[in-house]
Design a protein around this ligand. Structure first.
Ligand code: CTP
Length: 405
């Protein structure tokens, strides 16, 4: 997802740097647009370095103040079409007036007119400017148009006065943006330990045992959890996917390495989700040299450690959700795993079905908790991820009330 962040000229402009980082932590890309006045307070380079994108600073080519730069004119339409929300923080009284009246002398105000995406504004100004009927009338107009206003807080203002006008807390601004993007922050404060992908068990230096897991289900959960405000500790087996930048990722190969990484991170986690398709067997002794082809051969295998079982045995107050891949007696086997591995929920994949599950973008699952069975018919892995996280939120809330009681 992409958010266009308009920074306008106020003393609070520097606070927008932190907002860029908070949005990125939630997996959101940020395109910063600065008005000319904002550039008097903070240099565009600061935002370019933080956002990793070129900062848009004007509609006009430098030195040609009255000649529209054709590249910029096209750019604002491109930005308007590619962004999922527009946030203005801090928003001056002036930009609010321009938005309300549809006056568009620069890139940001033109973008406001050109976009159909949701708009969030976080005003910051002197208390008298905030209370002025003109400002309040403009805000009313914007609210009626569906613009979300994150109200400023009260306190000492840069001008030396006391009253309402301080930029709202960054977390509140980011929460409003995430809500506008359709993602609530119901996992804020939670740390999710997530395992994903297959594992690889060495036979010799060039061969290994593995399975068809692509890691897509786990990565979808990682991305969705970040957007819902969680901290994500991702333990990833070998996959070709790029982990979300804001996830704290540990790469592993074998079940043994996955076990060690997961158990190490467990004390930090409040929720554990084990999507990984751990190889069930490994060779008893992997060969140090490449095994030569010499007629029939037998591999001597032993089971890998059951990571999930160990986690469930060591868990303190964590909510633990497992996955299960089944090809027959799907629900019955899953219920047995729920009990045997002492889980709070299990997500069952019927991997005998064509086109869903392993190595596909789509999935169809059943989520079983101790008192509920929830069918999730075939849909994208992204949707399945959201449903699994819905259950995690529900189980967490229940766990918290039972601890308090
Ligand atoms: N799992 C694990 N460690 C293993 C094997 C599985 O942590 N060595 C976890 C998986 O990450 C998954 C769950 O256990 O969350 C169920 O995996 P699955 O392969 O369906 O179950 P198994 O316990 O391996 O049982 P079986 O293969 O006999 O069906």
């Amino acid at each position: 997802m992409k958010v266009a962040l308009g920074v306008t000229g106020g003393i609070a402009a520097y606070k927008a740097a932190e907002i860029v980082r908070l949005l990125q932590d939630r997996g959101v890309r940020v395109q910063v647009i600065m008005t000319r006045a904002a550039q008097e307070f903070v240099r565009p380079l600061t935002f370019a370095a933080l956002s990793g994108e070129k900062v848009i600073t004007g509609m006009f080519a430098p030195g040609e103040e009255h000649t529209p730069n054709i590249d910029s004119a096209i750019e604002h339409i491109a930005v308007a079409q590619s962004m999922d929300a527009l946030l203005v923080a801090p928003a001056t009284a002036d930009v609010l007036a321009q938005f309300a009246q549809g006056i568009a002398p620069d890139f940001l105000t033109t973008l406001y007119l050109a976009t159909t995406a949701p708009v969030v504004v976080a005003p910051a100004m002197n208390v008298n400017m905030w209370n002025h009927p003109a400002t309040q009338a403009n805000l009313d107009t914007l609210r009626k148009r569906g613009v979300k206003v994150v109200e400023p807080g009260s306190g000492y203002l840069a001008c030396g006065m006391v009253g309402q006008g301080r930029l709202a807390e960054n977390e509140a601004i980011v929460a409003a943006v995430m809500e506008a993007l359709g993602t609530s922050q119901d996992l804020a404060g939670e740390t999710i330990l997530l395992t994903a992908g297959p594992t690889r068990e060495k036979i010799d230096p060039v061969r290994y045992l593995t399975n068809r897991s692509s890691g897509r289900m786990g990565y979808a959960i990682a991305e969705a959890a970040l957007r819902r405000g969680a901290r994500v500790l991702l333990v990833a087996g070998p996959t070709n996917l790029t982990p979300p930048g804001a996830a704290e990722t540990t790469r592993v190969e074998s079940a043994e390495e996955m076990r060690n990484a997961a158990l190490n991170l467990l004390p930090q986690a409040s929720i554990v989700i084990k999507t990984a398709a751990v190889a069930d067997y490994r060779t008893k002794n992997s060969a140090g040299q490449k095994i030569k082809r010499q007629g029939p051969m037998t591999l001597d295998l032993e089971p890998t450690p059951d990571i999930l079982k160990e986690i469930a045995a060591r868990k303190q107050s964590q909510t633990v959700i497992g996955f299960a891949a089944e090809t027959e007696n799907v629900l019955e086997h899953a219920r047995q795993k729920l009990a045997a591995k002492n889980l709070d929920a299990i997500v069952v994949n019927d991997v005998s079905r064509e086109g869903v599950g392993f190595d596909s973008d789509r999935n169809a699952v059943t989520i079983i908790t101790r008192d509920e069975v929830i069918e999730v018919p075939e849909t994208s892995k992204w949707d399945v991820a959201q449903r699994v996280l819905d259950i995690a939120v529900k189980l967490r809330a229940r766990q918290k009330t039972s601890v308090e009681a």
